[in-house]
Design a binder for this molecule. Structure first.
Ligand code: 5RP
Length: 230
C-alpha cells in the first residue's frame, strides 16, 4: 500500500477512536487538519445516531465550515469560555506529549481552544511521534505582519532558519490575518520550554506552535491499531 494511503488509514483510526470519547451534554473543541477531519465525520455520524452535544468550538474557519455542513452544532468561546474536551491533531509529538502544531496554520485558535478545555487530547498517526521536537518539522510562529521583518531577525538570533510561509506562490495569511514564520532549528529543539519563553518575549509574535504541558493524552493510529499514551 502506498505510504500516504497507509498514513491516512492510521489518521482515520485515531480520529474515529477519539470521537467515541465525546459524551452527551459536552461542549467540545474541534481541531483542524486531515486527522481532525476523520474525527469530525465520525462525530457527525454519532450525532445522526442520537448523540446530543451542547456545541463545538471550531479551531479554524475550515473546520467550522465542515462541521456546520455535517450538522454539528457550533458555538464559540464567548458563549462557552470553558470546554469539557478538545481534540486536535499535531505535526510532532514527543515522549512528554509536547507538541509542534500549526502545519495547517491554525495554531493560534488551536492553542486558545486547547487552553480553554478541561481536557485536551491529541490525535495523530504514528509517523508524528518523535524523540525530539523540531528535527522533522519547522516550528511555526504566528506574527503580526507589520512586525514580520524584525521578528524574523530576532528568531534568527535564536538560531532559527526562518521561512515566511507562502501558499501557491502567495503570502500565507492565517484566519487571524497574521503571517507565519516557519523556524527550522538545526539539531532540533533542545529545550522546548526555554525556546517557548524566548520566542514569546519577542514583540510582534502572537503565538508559537509549541504546545507544552497541554495534551493530557495522545491517541495514535498505526499498523497495530490504536494506542493511547500515557
Ligand atoms: C493545523 C495543525 C494540525 O493539527 C496539524 O498540522 C496536523 O495535521 P494533520 O492531521 O493534517 O497531519 O496543527 O494547524
Amino acid at each position: 500500500m502506498p505510504h500516504e494511503i497507509q498514513q491516512d488509514s492510521w489518521k482515520q483510526l485515531a480520529g474515529e477512536a477519539a470521537a467515541k470519547l465525546i459524551e452527551d451534554g459536552m461542549v467540545i473543541g474541534l481541531g483542524s487538519g486531515s486527522t481532525a477531519v476523520y474525527l469530525i465525520y465520525a462525530l457527525a455520524r454519532r450525532i445522526q445516531a442520537g448523540l446530543s452535544i451542547v456545541g463545538a468550538v471550531p479551531t479554524s474557519k475550515a473546520t467550522g465550515e465542515l462541521a456546520n455542513n455535517l450538522g454539528i452544532p457550533l458555538t464559540d468561546l464567548d458563549t462557552h469560555p470553558e470546554l469539557d474536551l478538545d481534540i486536535d491533531g499535531a505535526d510532532e509529538i514527543d515522549s512528554q506529549l509536547g507538541l509542534i502544531k500549526g502545519g495547517g496554520g491554525a495554531l493560534l485558535r488551536e492553542k486558545i481552544v486547547a487552553s480553554a478545555a478541561q481536557s485536551f487530547i491529541v490525535i495523530a498517526d504514528i509517523t508524528k511521534q518523535v524523540r525530539q521536537l523540531g528535527l522533522k518539522t519547522p516550528l511555526p510562529v504566528e506574527t503580526i505582519p507589520f512586525a514580520a521583518t524584525p521578528v524574523r531577525k530576532r528568531l534568527e538570533a535564536l538560531g532559527a532558519i526562518v521561512q515566511l510561509r507562502q501558499l501557491a506562490g502567495q503570502l500565507y495569511l492565517t484566519d487571524n490575518n497574521n503571517v507565519i514564520l516557519d523556524c527550522t532549528f538545526p539539531g532540533g529543539i533542545t529545550d522546548p520550554p526555554d525556546l517557548e519563553n524566548r520566542i514569546k518575549r519577542i514583540v510582534g509574535v502572537v503565538e508559537t506552535g509549541l504546545f507544552l504541558n497541554m495534551a493530557r493524552q495522545a491517541i495514535i493510529g498505526g499498523p497495530e491499531g490504536v494506542k493511547v499514551l500515557p
